[in-house]
Ligand binder design. Sequence first.
Ligand code: NDP
Ligand code: 8X3
Length: 252
Amino acid sequence: MSKTIFISGATAGFGKAIARKFAQNGNNLIITGRRKVLLEELAKDLITTFNVEVLPLCFDVRKLSEVENAIANLPEKWKTIDVLVNNAGLAAGMNPIHEAVIDDWERMIDTNVKGLLYMTRLISPLMVARKQGHIINIGSVAGKEVYPMGNVYCGSKFAVDAITKGTRIDLVTHNIKVTHIAPGAANTEFSLVRFKGDHDRAESVYKGFTPLSAEDIADAVYYVTTLPAHVNINDLVLMPTAQASATQFYKK
Ligand code: NDP
Ligand code: 8X3
């Protein structure tokens, strides 16, 4: 049966692949991001390729008023959200704590933590009212282990792990599944964003081993939504075979 899937950050990387995976399987989608042109291109492509309904919503998850406006103005038929994938996020910079750029910290905390909270706060009541739903938060191996110069990015992803656990506890009596998915290294726009457009530095992160692809994460996200009603995956850590921990890689 077709479901309604709400994916934040669908203009690139994991979110875009997650949107494609759910569309391929006949689901209707609400997709979001700040880059309007990319969002609308993706919506058009998914509608024509998979014959599903897609609602593109362009907003910044850091801005509470924009999130409120987007959710408050959802057309009635789009309010029955079955799955919320809180995916929008980023790393900005990679510096020791005493040399970091404070604006990088604001961007990471505002997006990865506060943006995810705004989305959850505004969409979960729709699920509670229906006594049905699934919230999937994209964390990271960086939310399981801290690595050198990961300081605030790791902190933001540890917060995602803790918030996911708290959300599950608060929503268990409302029949809502809550899942944390924590990937290791994956080659998307992530490192290009982290290193502020430095292509060589971004590419060097993935040299000598096969990283995860966005499609690998999309498969995992899709999988956790296909389980029987009484089964929930609480926490799924997904790594490249060549990555044993946040810092241990087998590079050739
Ligand atoms: P990408 O940079 O490829 O994609 C990030 C997506 O998030 C884009 O669609 C971007 O859209 C959106 N986004 C970023 N900031 C905002 C914002 N303020 N408001 C709305 N949308 C926003 O990265 P990934 O796909 O790799 O990352 C997705 C998630 O996975 C992130 O939470 C990241 O931390 C996490 N992750 C990534 C890993 C990796 O190695 N790649 C590993 C583990 C976790 P737009 O720019 O159009 O707004
Ligand atoms: C992204 C993976 O290892 O760069 O969350 O932090 S890592």
